[in-house]
Design a protein around this ligand. Structure first.
Ligand SMILES: [Zn+2]
Length: 140
């Protein structure tokens, strides 16, 4: 069984995306932006995405994750840099830079193929003529 953390996030995300899928539309790709504080494991997230989208118009779609890195600030020399991990030594020898990160989880875009086979890629807002755009909504 996949990790519950990823599963609940994938489930909430799929519910959000499904509200934006036009009738007869078929989703190819869904892109999200995730802050490092979310601690998402991409492989687990993909597995959960496949599980929760099974038997929905999202089945077979690819989940693209843009994971925002940690920002490390060195208390000794003041250097600030981005890192995929929260703990790393600074080049000055400081072993305890302060890690900061965001906890965002935003739906960035989705690629939908309509009945004619045309692809329409763009911001989520463009796919919601009813004005129900919620691209900035937290999926949790
Ligand atoms: Zn330093």
């Amino acid at each position: 069984m996949p990790d519950v953390h990823e599963f609940s996030i994938a489930d909430a995300l799929a519910t959000q995306v499904l509200r934006h899928v036009p009738a007869h539309g078929r989703v190819h790709e869904v892109e999200i932006r995730v802050g490092a504080l979310r601690g998402l494991e991409p492989a687990a997230m993909e597995m959960c995405w496949d599980a929760v989208t099974h038997d929905t118009p999202l089945a077979g779609s690819v989940l693209v994750m843009d994971i925002r890195p940690w920002s490390l600030t060195c208390p000794t020399c003041g250097r600030v840099w981005e890192s995929p991990v929260p703990f790393a030594d600074c080049t000055c020898g400081e072993v305890a830079p302060r890690p900061t990160a965001t906890d965002e989880l935003d739906l960035v875009s989705m690629t939908v193929e309509d009945e004619d086979g045309d692809e329409d890629e763009g911001p989520v807002a463009a796919a919601t003529p009813d004005g129900g755009a919620e691209a900035g909504e937290r999926a949790s």
